[in-house]
Design a binder for this molecule. Structure first.
Ligand code: GCU
Length: 420
């Protein structure tokens, strides 16, 4: 039996016993987020915030995503500012964020801020799949020099070429989002960890956890590295006078949606999270075994989670957690789970049911949560702090999804726009 260490660099204020895999009880039903590890009920808001949140974060760190190192102080350089960007509609900043021991790869954050805003702007922050140069067709955005998967448009020998500029414009829909009154901040997830099965590059190779950069059973996987880098970007955003530090939303699609949820669950400065088709390891319940299973994800992407998660291949019922508990860690902050009808791999119903099962935590804290018993039909955004939306079509993210993200964020951030 191991004694718990609290993850994410927080002071240990509680201890719980973390059983080895073969001593974990089989639980066919969902574990109760409102029950302490010792079996006692969580009855009050302070019990939730002061103890249960830490327990649940520890469970996810220990058995699934791996422990992140403590926060490292950041140093930032503003490399480029364009005050008349997008025909004067926006201000563009390119920021390098450095942290950690010598040799730690920096994060390159692209920030586009609406210039029409009188006050600091709310912001959508998130990791991108193929480099900042892919989200806008702008020759002033340097091509990423990181490893990029071959499936990326305009990628040759795992390197970006000029042909890859602007190939993910729709995924971020930056002009549309700026027009709605939001800033967008994004960085390529490979700055934190290239998306391949190794532990030899990115933050893993530079920032030790428990004194070592070698991969242990509970070391951070790629999703934890991406989430950690999102936290370091938040460190920058809260200092930028053009950004409203109280309205930072993190958005992620698919694997980046998994990282967005984990980042939001471990950093209360993130005011709102949007998970788009994040599926297995994100918003979808593992115990359903629908679409992508734990075994399928660990087989294809063994580097995303901690090694300790591999034991749950075909053993989902031994998990002392499930994804509703990940969502509940956001409470009472808003979370939107967005699915697509034909994206069965991400198990839309499992995503809805996870949201629903997080609701008792919101209710304990005095909020209404989802307030919807069954899955809505397509095109309806339902819920209160817990929002759910399903659209027709398959896996992907684009302008019509951003309409929904903005609508959800507006209702919580109090933004009024022309499109309202
Ligand atoms: C694969 C993977 C999913 C992931 C998706 C994506 O389909 O199995 O878990 O969400 O890629 O990131 O697009």
């Amino acid at each position: 039996m191991a004694l718990c260490i609290i993850g994410c660099g927080e002071p240990a204020q509680t201890e719980m016993t973390l059983l080895p895999f073969d001593q974990l009880p089989v639980q066919e039903t969902l574990p109760d987020p409102l029950q302490f590890a010792d079996g006692n009920p969580v009855n009050t808001e302070s019990q939730w915030h002061e103890k249960r949140v830490r327990e649940i974060r520890t469970l996810f760190s220990h058995y699934m995503y791996g422990y992140m190192p403590p926060a490292e102080a950041i140093q930032t350089t503003i490399d480029d500012v364009d005050a008349h960007y997008l025909d004067g509609m926006a201000i563009k900043k390119q920021v390098t964020i450095r942290f950690g021991p010598e040799g730690t790869p920096p994060l390159h954050v692209l920030l586009v801020i609406p210039s029409s805003q009188a006050s600091p702007s709310p912001v959508f922050l998130g990791t991108n799949f193929y480099g900042n140069h892919s989200v806008l067709a702008d020759s002033m955005i340097p091509l990423s020099t990181q490893w990029i998967p071959e499936r990326g448009a305009g990628v040759e020998d795992n390197k970006a070429t000029e042909a890859s500029r602007g190939t993910s414009i729709d995924r971020w829909s930056i002009e549309q989002v700026i027009h709605a009154g939001y800033a967008v901040a994004t960085f390529y997830h490979a700055d934190a960890d290239p998306d391949k099965d190794d532990f030899t590059d990115g933050l893993h190779a530079s920032i030790p956890v428990d004194g070592s950069v070698a991969r242990s059973d509970t070391s951070w996987g790629a999703l934890s590295a991406w989430a950690y880098a999102i936290h370091r970007s938040v460190d920058y955003l809260v200092q930028d006078p053009d950004i409203d530090a109280s309205r930072i939303a993190v958005m992620g699609h698919s694997r980046n949606g998994k990282a967005a949820l984990w980042a939001g669950a471990t950093d209360p400065r993130i005011a709102l999270v949007i998970s788009n088709q994040s599926g297995c390891g994100g918003a979808a319940l593992s115990r359903r075994k629908m679409g992508e299973t734990v075994e399928a994800i660990n087989t294809r992407f063994p580097h995303w989670f901690s090694r300790s998660f591999w034991a749950f291949n075909n053993n989902e019922d031994r998990l002392p957690l499930d994804q509703h508990m990940l969502i509940s860690l956001m409470a009472p902050r808003p979370v939107l789970v967005a699915s697509a009808e034909e994206d069965e791999w991400a198990d839309p119903e499992g995503e809805f049911l996870a949201l629903k099962a997080a609701e008792p935590v919101y209710k304990l804290l005095g909020y209404s949560g989802l307030n919807n018993e069954s899955m809505p039909t397509v095109h309806q955004l339902v819920g209160a702090e817990l929002g759910y939306h399903i659209r027709p079509g398959g896996h992907g993210v684009g302008p019509r999804d951003w309409d929904v993200f903005v609508q959800f964020a507006n209702s919580h951030f109090g933004v009024a726009t022309e499109s309202n």
